[in-house]
Design a protein around this ligand. Structure first.
Ligand code: GLY
Length: 309
């Protein structure tokens, strides 16, 4: 089997980042994932490694770049699924780890549980010796203060602040990073990580902690989602897309149909996904302005990248 890895860095408006920075980050993440497989690692090793590179970049809404909630704090969700064994690990609303995806993997491999949330997840991360998150970045705080300023001018009520922020272009909806991979043994895996949505209610959990919504993998396909978590959860977006491949659709048809069905119910500008199948075919579909994503096959010199703004 020729291994392949695909990553995305979030569906959204993409008003803030330089395209070159996005391309470089995607390439770095893909190469790190392929290296993990080349050195004998599994699909799970690859997706976790790729997502960690994106979390550490500080460029995206995950890990070091995570946005803040209404109280100005960072809380993150992440999930990992091994399509071969069906094992799943996820963390919800955690604040401690620099790399929530690594903690999700620990939940999958070291506990009897699927999802660990809040202070329990933080305590697990601390006791396992995972690196600590340093808190919101200056760039994230700058955007947060801008939102607060506009709110104080009476232009917004907090409950609608997210929509207003989008309309005013104060924040990019770009959110969440994710990876899917196929390894030499034909095993598929998915991993995802996010800081959630900016100005969320403290304690809010999005799709990235919910298997079948933000991530899903089987022996036939693996998918990760990005966008407005509430809509993705209600649609069980990744389970739906993977099920479509299992019933015979190509990854392209499966991804496009799953997004079309979501858009019919919930409108546009709210979701995207990437998916690969057990033959290494990859596709990305989204109903937003952009969703930068790419894939790299073992032996290829350069990644294929698309969905740029
Ligand atoms: N997709 C990220 C979130 O809504 O939490």
């Amino acid at each position: 089997m020729r291994p392949v890895i695909a990553v995305h860095v979030g569906a959204g408006t993409w008003k803030y980042l330089k395209v070159d920075d996005v391309i470089n980050a995607i390439s770095d993440a893909l190469k790190a994932g392929i290296r993990a497989i080349a050195s004998g690692g599994s699909a799970v090793d690859a997706v976790v490694k790729s997502v960690m590179v994106l979390e550490d970049s500080g460029l995206f809404n995950a890990g070091l770049g995570s946005v803040v909630d209404l109280a100005g704090g960072v809380s993150m969700d992440a999930g990992v699924m091994d399509g071969w064994s069906g094992s799943i690990g996820a963390v919800a609303s955690v604040t401690y780890p620099k790399n929530p995806v690594l903690l999700a993997r620990k939940v999958m491999e070291l506990t009897d549980h699927v999802i660990i949330a809040g202070s329990g997840g933080d305590e697990l991360a601390r006791r396992l010796g995972l690196e600590k998150h340093p808190g919101p970045s200056q760039e994230v705080l700058k955007r947060f203060r801008e939102l607060l300023r506009r709110a104080k001018e009476g232009k917004v009520r907090f409950r609608k602040s997210y929509e207003l922020a989008l309309r005013l272009g104060i924040v990019s909806t770009a959110d969440t990073v994710g990876a899917v991979a196929l390894d030499k043994e034909g095993r598929l895996a998915a991993a995802v990580s996010t800081g959630g949505v900016i100005m969320k209610f403290p304690g809010r959990v999005g799709d990235s902690a919910v298997p079948g919504a933000g991530f899903y993998a089987s022996r036939s396909a693996a998918a990760v989602a990005t966008g407005v978590g509430e809509v993705i959860i209600k649609s069980f977006l990744t389970l739906k897309a993977v099920s479509k491949v299992e019933s015979g659709l190509s990854v392209m048809r499966a991804a496009e149909e799953a997004i079309e069905e979501l858009s019919k119910v919930y409108g546009n500008d709210n979701a995207g996904l990437i998916i690969i199948d057990s033959e290494g075919n990859a596709w990305g579909a989204y109903n937003t302005r952009a969703m930068p994503w790419g894939f790299l096959r073992f032996g290829d010199r350069a990644p294929t990248i698309s969905g740029l703004p």
